[in-house]
Design a binder for this molecule. Structure first.
Ligand SMILES: [Zn+2]
Length: 342
């Protein structure tokens, strides 16, 4: 008996260990499967895309297809790219051509990354070149080929050399007032890039109040602002929306990694694929106000690796929101704000 007991005990212990190990493995596998299943799996709209003359259209289509991106908002980049000949500037005609070639997939905005708008004086006292742009905006919107205006560059941190790299323009200015009046007349949104410097945020609040019929899309998680600033601006201004363009914390460039620099007022939204709790709370408090976007502004960035990792990270982040909020961020809000049809 004694002998049997000695023999049985190690057997039982061993068997118990196996059972415990199997249970742990099942729990781990289930947990991993759970995370994977929670990843947002539906179609998404890239609400913040750009176009230059060096972009390869087949590549754009390929990366969208691979990542289940149903549509893209396209903003022509008139600035020359840092890569020179390999990254030539685009224009609105090119964006309309792209949209025409693939109906229902690409929706151009009237492009505002224009060399003629560099210099605060241009915004305060529009010269002939700026007047010409304002007239162009009206004429282009009248064609019905454009869903909005953007990306208007208000405050931009340099990531290359050149005149149009580091910019600070007055958002509360005659130029922005005129643009806002045009947007109101055509009932289209304005997308703008403005790092959230406090004095500009205050000026933006005035513009929002005075143009309450205009929908403004403040790119890059509301200028990479901190959660309390975003919350206050969204609460005070029902006509304010934000996109999360390039806010994924992946790769070696992009606003979501703090590139090209951050200031004291700047914030990221996530780390290692996990949303910061204060940002998640803002998103759930304002489920109708945010959109996602890949923000590939240069030809060399339009490749499966770069586009894919941003899209996959967005799926992980959306998976941390309620299914309703995730679906709104992925597609529904963009459809509504830019008046896209199914
Ligand atoms: Zn931007």
């Amino acid at each position: 008996m004694q002998f049997r007991k000695i023999m049985e005990n190690p057997m039982r212990t061993c068997g118990g260990n196996i059972v415990v190990t199997i249970v742990i493995l099942i729990v781990l596998v289930a947990a991993r499967a759970g995370v994977a299943a929670e990843r947002y799996a539906g179609p998404m709209i890239d609400a913040h895309g750009h176009l230059g003359a060096s972009f390869d259209w087949d590549m754009i289509r390929k990366v969208m297809g691979r990542n289940n991106i149903s549509r893209q908002i396209v903003m022509a980049r008139y600035y020359p790219g840092p890569a020179g000949d390999a990254d030539r500037p685009g224009n609105d005609e090119l964006a309309v051509e792209l949209a025409g070639k693939y109906p229902g997939r690409f929706f151009p905005l009237v492009g505002m990354q224009r060399p003629e708008l560099t210099g605060a004086n241009k915004w305060l006292n529009p010269d002939a070149a700026v007047e010409a742009i304002l007239n162009e905006v009206e004429a282009k919107l009248a064609t019905g080929h454009f869903r909005g205006i953007g990306e208007v560059i208000v405050k931009h941190f340099a990531y290359s050399s050149g005149r149009h790299a580091e910019l600070e323009n007055p958002i509360y200015s005659p130029f922005m007032q005129r643009l806002s009046q045009i947007a109101a007349r055509f009932n289209v949104p304005i997308v703008l890039h403005m790092e959230g410097a406090p004095h500009l945020v205050n000026d933006f609040a005035r513009l929002l109040r005075e143009n309450s019929r205009v929908r403004y899309v403040w790119a890059h998680n509301c200028g990479r602002s901190k959660a309390p600033v975003i919350r206050a601006m969204l609460e005070n201004h029902p006509n304010l929306y934000c996109d999360l363009a390039s806010m994924t914390n992946v790769g070696k460039s992009g606003y979501g990694i703090g590139w090209p620099r951050m200031e004291e007022y700047s914030s990221l939204i996530e780390k290692n694929g996990v949303l910061f709790p204060e940002m998640r709370e803002v998103y759930e408090a304002f489920p109708d106000r945010f959109m996602i976007g890949m923000d590939v502004a240069h030809a060399r960035g339009m490749n499966p690796k770069n586009y894919g990792r941003r899209a996959r990270r967005f799926r992980e982040l959306l998976g941390q929101l309620t299914p309703q909020t995730a679906a709104a961020f992925a597609e529904r809000n963009t459809m509504r704000i830019f008046k896209l049809k199914r």
